[in-house]
Design a protein around this ligand. Sequence first.
Ligand code: SF4
Length: 267
Amino acid sequence: MQTISNKHGCGTGEIRVKGSRRASSLQLLAFCGRSMFRSYGMAFLWQAALRHPVKFYRGLRRYARFIRAGEGAREVYTHWPAGVCAGGVETLVGVGFCLKPLAPACPSGRSNHACQYFERARWGEAPEHPACLGCRIREYGLLALARGCHFYIMTSASDILRDLFLPALRTRQFRRGLFTLCRYSFDPFVLPLMMAGMEYALVPFESGDCRDYRTWLQADIGVKPDQTVLAARHHQLFASYLAPPADGVPRARAFRKRGEVFAPVES
Ligand code: SF4
């Protein structure tokens, strides 16, 4: 195992390299094979790969270079400009719904894109529900809000295709993305980001995450009894990409739902 310092100007994180570089490409192939005849696989094939063949080809070439360079063995995937913090409406911050607290339970329910706190509260307002107090989704959402980014609670692969990958492919609505998700999903997730030419950082969960196709498939239909947790170093890394603006003035004061994505607004 090798350790690499990752200095991106908004904080310093560590990237640990482990395992063989072939493992992630084989994992992607296995994932694609198993998903091919499921609704997500068919939707990706028709709406992304075949509708955007040049971008699909470029994405595959980028992914092949990425694997050859040994990047696929990393614990954190990054393609991020040095010294730049996430910011602005072209950045989307995405978090897995499985971060929602279980005890007390999130008042918005579990496997959905909803967050009662951000649907009601404006910048600086205290949460009403006890579950929101220590909720990581609230914490990351507030950082995204301060930076004027879009914010998205990720659920199924089909929804992520509709809400994130297709807008990024069709109109380049999102050019940069900061995500926390299970490490098992990194390779199928990074390919559409590469197709869209996005800059990205993918930060893994440490526990409660999906580690094989069977549990991934269950979570994809909303069956996810465990709450996911980030390791302390990865929580710090994730938050560091969203360091508060130097002048202390938030770039947006509230979110408004646009479809299933929270968009930053002034009031
Ligand atoms: S802040 Fe967290 S616990 Fe509260 S509604 Fe949003 S997701 Fe649920």
